[in-house]
Design a protein. Structure first.
Ligand code: AGP
Length: 606
């Protein structure tokens, strides 16, 4: 999503703002701009495309000013053009905005009727004209913003500066995160702490509904009721401030390779490695009395939840309702009286997931969230969190967060099973043993990376690719299809292997590679028979399995040889080959692996 940066500095700020915006590039964007306050009032430079285009513009036409705001835009209202790029401004005020103003159309009509001239198609420009309207009516800067905030419906974050005061920036958080950075005689604003790392690690996160009046020496924060509040000043986590690729070509590659380490960290957070017992945080309810678990998430996080459904139902004998967040809350799913609702989100800011969390909370569910960002909105609005220790995940395609989410969810399933008397000491030792061995198995798969290069070359020629899996390999098949399509742009679909004969098999011919995830588990034989149906129709099979070749009885284009692991952890280990397949195919195709087209790392709009 969009990135916001603001600086009230001691020196000219334009280039520092662009540097800070570069640390937000991972969020995905399609245009960028900077506005500053100069003698003559407000000035701005904007450009379509990547930040290098904005930098070129700043070289052509330098921009002075010691107070400014900047923005990377991921287009929601209006095409990604310079005219629609932020900051938007009038002679009196300039605004950068992340999120969506849902009632912008009526507000725009009102402003046009009042004689305002709009230059862009954006919802953001409505905010500029509203603030200007209130300023022209004699309101103070803060009053004009307060009045405007009262008029806005939607989820957004704002950074605002004024032509006539270069020691003032106003920030507002209503659905999209904002962080304030405290400097020495300077103050900063950013969508997250990563953006402010070059300036400070003393951070204050605004709460939902907060707005703040920033000056170089003072910060005043008000809650949604306009009451002055204090928010804690924290030391940003070091890991959050040091994101670079190291010696990897892409962040995604680095993050795939980090998995043995970060999965270990996550497991160690929930497993007493000396006793091999699971201990999860107190979720604030008696796990023995949970009648039903509801899981909701989006994208890759949803597929992690889907694997957890198999674990929880099989090992804890608790029914699990699961749905993508964008559907769950609108179908008003009936919820159990003393149910546990689990939300999985790497960023902790996904709008659909947050909205469904709020729906479940309003309907009496106990809320637990599996998040990678403990200061995120989803974390703050949960009754309990189970953090993953994946570290900052910069690549838009989620990898290490996925395997860490699965690790935490596996521990949750074990804790539920223990609480309900379904998992005894012996079984806990067995399952925990499988988990603790898992990082080593992940490492062994990552070490075979070179074997994926010829396969990637082959797959890059395909237009359509199918992924098949049974049982817990089915969500992994869908995740594999998502990984491939989102970074290589090759169309791919994941199917339950047993579903093939109910339609999708019509797609099979020699041009359609079929990637079959078939660990040698209780479902192996059935999956292999589905695979033979594919082979009989000329389908080219890529087999991801630990079984020996003679076990297949059919020609395969390529076998990804997997280590034999406990069935409990096979979906986690199977995630690695599908990540490597997607990564190397995309690299071969030359796409923008870390920032695929049209995608954003954190989708903070519905
Ligand atoms: C995964 O590779 C995608 N980037 C996307 O599906 C992502 O998992 C989804 O948007 C959910 O994001 P979250 O985990 O931050 O909530």
């Amino acid at each position: 999503m969009c990135g916001i940066v603001g600086i009230l500095g001691k020196e000219d700020v334009a280039h520092d703002i662009v540097d800070a915006l570069r640390r937000l590039e991972y969020r995905g964007y399609d245009s960028a701009g900077v506005a500053t306050i100069v003698e003559r009032g407000l000035q701005r430079r904007r450009a379509e495309g990547k930040l290098r285009n904005l930098e070129a513009r700043l070289v052509e036409v330098p921009l002075g000013g010691k107070a400014g705001i900047g923005h990377t835009r991921w287009a929601t209202h209006g095409k990604p053009t310079e005219t629609n790029a932020h900051p938007h401004m009038s002679a009196r005020v300039s605004v950068v905005h992340n999120g969506i103003i849902e009632n912008f159309r009526e507000l725009r009509d009102e402003m046009v009727a009042a004689g305002c001239q709009f230059e862009s198609e954006t919802d953001t420009e409505t905010i500029v004209h509203l603030i200007t309207h209130y300023l022209d009516a004699g309101k103070s800067h803060l009053e004009a913003v307060q009045e405007t905030l009262q008029r806005l419906t939607g989820a957004f974050a704002l950074g605002i500066i004024f032509a006539d005061d270069d020691d003032l920036m106003i920030a507002a958080r209503q659905g999209s995160p904002l962080a304030i950075g405290h400097g020495t005689g300077e103050v900063y604003l950013g969508s997250d702490a990563i953006a402010l790392a070059p300036f400070t690690n003393k951070i204050t996160y605004l709460d939902e509904g907060d707005y703040a009046v920033l000056r170089r020496e003072t910060v005043e924060i008000y809650d949604r009721d306009g009451v002055r509040v204090e928010r804690p000043k924290v030391q940003a986590v070091a890991g959050a401030l040091t994101v670079d690729k190291g010696n990897h070509r892409h962040f995604m590659h680095k993050e795939i390779h980090e998995q043995p380490e970060v999965v270990s960290h996550t497991l160690a957070h929930y497993i007493d490695m000396s006793t091999h017992q699971v201990a999860i945080p107190d979720l604030g309810l008696d796990l023995a009395k949970v009648d039903r678990v509801t899981i909701s998430a989006c994208g890759t996080a949803y597929y992690a939840g889907l694997v957890a459904k198999y674990w929880i139902e099989r090992y804890a004998r608790v029914p699990v309702e699961i749905d993508v967040a964008s559907e769950m809350r609108y179908r008003e799913a009936p919820l159990a009286d003393n149910g546990l609702a689990v939300f999985v989100s790497q960023s902790g800011e996904t709008a659909d997931t947050l909205a469904t969390l709020r729906y479940c909370k309003e309907n009496g569910q106990r809320i637990a969230s599996i998040v990678n960002v403990r200061s995120s909105t989803i974390a703050r609005e949960s009754d309990a969190i189970m953090p993953i220790l994946a570290g900052p995940e910069i690549g838009v395609a989620s990898t290490k967060a996925f395997t860490c989410q699965l690790s935490a969810l596996a521990c949750l399933a074990i804790a539920l099973g223990k609480a309900r008397g379904q998992i005894d000491e012996a079984l806990e030792q067995e399952l925990v043993g499988a988990l603790t061995e898992m990082p080593r198995h992940i490492s062994s798969v990552v070490r075979t990376e070179a074997d994926y290069l010829p396969l990637a070359t082959e797959l890059s020629k395909a237009r359509d690719i199918l992924y098949l899996g049974r049982g817990m390999s089915f969500p992994i098949a869908m995740e594999g299809a998502l990984k491939l399509k989102e970074i290589s742009y090759i169309h791919a679909e994941g199917y339950a292997a047993g579903e093939l004969k109910h339609g999708p098999i019509a797609l099979i011919d020699e041009k359609v590679p079929v990637i079959v995830i078939a660990p040698k588990d209780a479902l192996f034989e059935k999956t292999i028979s589905n695979m033979q149906e594919v082979a009989a129709r000329g389908g080219r099979i890529v087999l991801v399995s630990d079984a020996p070749p003679e076990a297949f009885g059919a020609e395969v284009m390529h076998q990804v040889v997997m280590p034999t692991v406990h069935p409990f952890v096979s979906p986690i280990v199977s995630a690695i080959p599908i990540q490597l397949i997607a990564y190397h195919t995309a690299v071969f195709m030359g796409t923008d692996v870390d920032q695929p087209r049209n995608l954003a790392k954190s989708v903070t709009v519905e």
